[in-house]
Design a binder for this molecule. Structure first.
Ligand SMILES: Cc1cc2nc3c(=O)[nH]c(=O)nc-3n(C[C@H](O)[C@H](O)[C@H](O)COP(=O)(O)OP(=O)(O)OC[C@H]3O[C@@H](n4cnc5c(N)ncnc54)[C@H](O)[C@@H]3O)c2cc1C
Length: 461
């Protein structure tokens, strides 16, 4: 061992959601932990993802409410977006959370090491001339925005979500390439800010991993809001115009806008970091792991966006915790990824857990699955909020609920109950027997399960 070698129970490489969760839980369990980060503690979610986008979407919601105040008797009008003030608000949320996290890492006695890291062996990470050696190493280097072949992100007219979060103006027009979660969240926010928005998605529907009823409802609501959709047509090429960008689609259609946001997914950060040299088995840049997040090397685990599991902050938290508990010789339980809640914070919001109707039919056989779609039109609270949407509950006939798919303003808040229903394998009669508060959007789950037990109250099936 050289003089400048530090020894730990666990060295965590990357301090995003997954890495810091592993570090915090490890330290809580009495492990000595080093946490390596080249940018900022908190990673993508805190600085370029979940939190700044939600701040932006909150501002978008207020913009819409200002526009629509008169509809409910409030004299108000939308006068525009003050970008400096919006950034100040967004940055204050981010820095407040970052300070809290820094304090927590410090309080748990974690050694935080800033700098560019590289895996130097199956048990060590090198950072700025320092070698951190661990009984165990956790790879958590996350992901970055991807693009399509031949489409260069220049940061000016062709941008990624990272650039979109720091724009100092509201574009007059934007093409959003990609109708997944990130694409529809930006499309929604920019539309609320007053931009003319066009979404291009190669697959035939928006949010293609969600239940089909949810995609159709989102498409209808976006169209009502004036957001243009080009679905089922791949991107072909793009070229700069005098002051913007022109996009050609595979069907020959051409679109023009000030900006093109490339939101076609995120790829793992793994190149040139020494993973292969240490014997870690990878596939297309992702590190492959088992259900306990173990890689092919016994002393190395991997978590978060770096591994091919859903790219969600809370998935990263859960995976990081599994590793920390394993290293501390506890007995963690593998994650049921279908039971992980998924929320899209567009307007309207989408919240789902479990299997879509199509997937449930594939797994259990079409004859063994049924479902109800409860329309929020008959939900009193949704009426006062003036939102449209629905709650779809899918179950095995005569058995447990296997999927819940919700869409509507503020519906994300209902995901907690939906998650319990799915993960505790509740049957519709178990939920229908619970008295839901009136008037709340939570009643929608009550009404849907009442309908599945043959006794709908406020609607006729
Ligand atoms: C616009 C957007 C919105 C999102 N919204 C949500 C949401 O609402 N809810 C949700 O659950 N998820 C959301 N996500 C996804 C979420 O941000 C990611 O799933 C999560 O951040 C992944 O965490 P991670 O720790 O795996 O990776 P990251 O957060 O990417 O962290 C990896 C860290 O490793 C560091 N690193 C990489 N290489 C090195 C190196 N060589 N040396 C030192 N450090 C290194 C990086 O700097 C980074 O900080 C969003 C993502 C985006 C882009």
């Amino acid at each position: 061992m050289s003089d400048n070698e530090d020894l730990y129970d666990m060295v965590v490489f990357g301090a995003g959601s997954a890495g810091y969760a592993a570090a915090l839980r490890g330290a809580q369990l009495g492990l000595s932990v080093a946490l390596v980060e080249r940018h900022k503690l908190g990673g993508t979610c805190l600085h370029n993802g979940c939190i700044p986008t939600k701040a932006m979407l909150h501002a978008a919601e207020l913009a819409d409410q200002a526009r629509q105040g008169a509809d409910v008797g409030v004299r108000s009008s939308f006068q525009g977006i003050d970008m400096d003030a919006l950034h100040a608000y967004k940055n204050s949320v981010v820095s407040g959370l970052c300070n809290g996290l820094t304090g927590l890492v410090d309080a748990r006695g974690i050694t935080y090491v800033e700098g560019e890291g590289r895996l130097s062996s199956a048990t060590s990470v090198d950072v700025g001339g320092r070698r951190l050696t661990g009984r165990h190493v956790v790879l958590a280097t996350g992901s970055v925005p991807r693009t399509l072949p031949g489409l260069e992100i220049d940061g000016r007219r062709v941008i990624s979500s990272d650039h979109a979060l720091t724009l100092d103006y509201v574009p007059k027009s934007v093409i959003v390439l990609g109708g997944g979660v990130i694409g529809v969240e930006f499309a929604s926010a920019w539309s609320s800010f007053g931009a003319r928005v066009t979404v291009v998605e190669a697959l035939p529907r928006l949010v293609p991993t969600e239940d089909e009823t949810v995609s159709s409802r989102l498409e209808a609501e976006f169209l009502k809001r004036g957001i243009s959709l080009n679905l089922g047509v791949p991107f072909d090429s793009s070229e700069y115009t005098r002051d913007g960008i022109r996009v050609r689609l595979a069907d020959g259609k051409s679109l023009e806008a000030d900006l093109l946001l490339v939101a076609v997914g995120r790829g793992p950060v793994s190149q040139g970091l020494g993973f292969e040299e240490a014997g870690v088995v990878m596939d297309k840049g992702h590190v492959l792991v088992d259900e306990y997040m173990r890689t092919s090397v016994p002393t190395i685990s991997a978590v978060g966006d770096l591994v091919p599991t859903p790219q969600l902050a809370h998935v990263g938290f859960a995976e990081g915790i599994i590793v920390a508990e394993r290293v501390a010789r506890k007995a963690p339980v593998p994650i049921d990824y279908d039971g992980v809640p998924r929320v899209t914070f567009s307007r309207p919001e989408i919240a789902s857990v479990g299997l879509t109707e199509a997937k449930a039919k594939q797994v259990y056989g079409a004859e063994n699955v049924d479902f109800v779609v409860y329309d929020l039109a008959t939900n009193a609270r949704s009426r006062t909020l003036r939102t449209e949407g629905h709650v779809k509950v899918v179950r095995r006939k005569g058995g447990a609920v296997v999927g819940v798919h919700m869409i509507g303003d503020r519906i994300s808040e209902q995901i907690g109950e939906a998650q319990l229903i799915y993960n505790w394998e509740a049957c519709p009669q178990d939920v229908a027997g619970l008295v839901h508060a009136y008037p709340t959007q939570g009643e929608a789950l009550g009404e849907a399960t009442l309908a599945l037990t043959g006794k709908p109250l406020h609607w006729q099936v």
